[in-house]
Design a protein around this ligand. Structure first.
Ligand code: 13P
Length: 393
């Protein structure tokens, strides 16, 4: 059994002070008393470990490498460099990523697709063990992707709750310590009250199930970049979405200290004629965080959502130039991988250069997490936007 050995791997089933407090009749409100006691006890058994894992991922100067593209999306990435979508090619690419020397200086967690969680490198070493040596916590994408939401205006909902508890328990056994569930909200298509409620409820149920099985849930309500709307409209929609998400998280008894939020930054729509400066993005996004997110949440790990590599880093840096109560960091896929993938081009002789390209981006975002990124010396390629309409994951 592969485990991330630097994390406590078998939680002790002792009653924490937290559980004892909750079980006292005179301190327990009636609505809490109606919770099934077993589910509270199971979650409490992991409480300390969840908090520890979330804090470890949200450690200064580090963020998450999202490398959990589904086989279909990974196929598109490989096709862009002329490679076939075979297991061998996916393995070669993912081995390149996780074994970049010193990656753990900048990356605290890596989100894997199920195939990768169970995969070994060409040399036969388990990928989770390679991550463990780098002091990177393995995570797992547990959602089953987006499908059309019946009764809506062309909006989507995220599948994956069926069998999630059993899958999560197995992923924990395999070494995963955190999970990801990506759901999306579209501004041009609504968002309808139905789509927002469905997205928020799905995230909350997934979070409760993850925590019961020892996995820190990444709560990812992505507000898609699609649209011509301005930054004010994104702010307004995000306020609604985040409020509903946190309301349902509370209703489902989710431990806020044991989650990580993975939102989109507040930006104008990709087709809006007014572009926003990093300062404006930081102003709106921090205002939203202050209005909606309790400091109990240890990490705000932004997605890049189609911004260019440099844009995502500049925006993150701007947010970290002011003190705030959270660890404001990154959980990027495209904004960490794009130059790396192109540099590799599928050729073994380019692996070193591709790893270097990954480390350049990882280091830049590490500096941005500390508010110390200057933007100097970046390549033209890293400034190119990567927005794709209806991008899937
Ligand atoms: P991007 O950074 O490419 O938006 O991807 C992040 C992610 O993990 C989406 O779920």
């Amino acid at each position: 059994m592969a485990t991330a050995s630097f994390i406590k791997s078998s939680p002790i089933l002792e009653k924490s002070a937290w559980l004892q407090r909750r079980s006292l009749p005179f301190t327990t409100p009636a609505s809490r008393r109606s919770l099934p006691s077993r589910s509270v006890a199971v979650r409490a058994s992991y409480a300390d470990e969840l908090v520890k894992t979330a804090k470890l991922i949200a450690s200064p100067g580090r963020g998450i490498l999202a490398m959990d593209e589904s086989n279909a999306t990974c196929g598109k990435r490989l096709a862009s460099i002329g490679l076939e979508n075979t297991e061998e090619n996916r393995k070669a690419y993912r081995t390149l990523l996780v074994s970049a020397p010193g990656l753990g200086d900048y990356i605290s967690g890596a989100i894997l697709f199920e195939e990768t969680l169970y995969q070994s490198t060409a040399d036969g070493e388990k990928i989770v063990d390679v991550l463990g040596k780098q002091k990177i916590v393995p995570g797992i994408k547990v959602d089953k992707g987006l499908v059309p939401l019946a009764g809506s205006n062309g909006e989507s909902w995220c599948q994956g709750l069926d069998g999630l508890a059993a899958r999560s328990a197995a992923f924990y056994q395999q070494g995963a310590r955190f999970a990801k569930w990506r759901t999306v909200v579209s501004i041009p298509n609504g968002p309808s009250a139905l789509a927002v409620k469905e997205a928020a409820w799905g995230l909350a149920r997934y979070s409760a199930i993850s925590q019961e099985n020892g996995l820190v849930p990444i709560v990812e309500p992505e507000i898609l970049l699609d649209g011509e709307h301005g930054i004010e409209r994104t702010f307004e929609v995000a306020q609604r979405v985040w409020a509903e998400v946190f309301c349902y998280l509370a209703e489902n008894g989710v431990l806020f200290e044991g989650i990580l939020l993975k939102p989109s930054m507040v930006t104008p729509g990709a087709e809006c004629k007014d572009k926003a400066t990093p300062q404006q993005v930081a102003d709106y996004t921090l205002k939203l965080l202050h209005r909606r997110i309790t400091p109990a949440v240890p990490g705000i790990m932004f997605l890049s959502g189609g911004q260019s590599e440099v844009e995502a880093t500049l925006n993150l840096n701007a947010m970290n130039q002011r003190p705030n109560p959270w660890h404001v960091s990154f959980s990027y896929a495209r904004a960490l991988q794009n130059t790396c993938l192109k540099t590799w081009g599928g050729l073994p002789e380019n692996v070193d250069a591709a790893q270097h390209a990954l480390l350049v981006r990882a280091r830049a975002n590490s500096l941005a997490q500390l508010g110390m990124y200057t933007g100097e010396g970046e390549s033209e390629e890293s400034k190119e936007g990567m927005y794709v309409k209806n991008y899937s994951y």
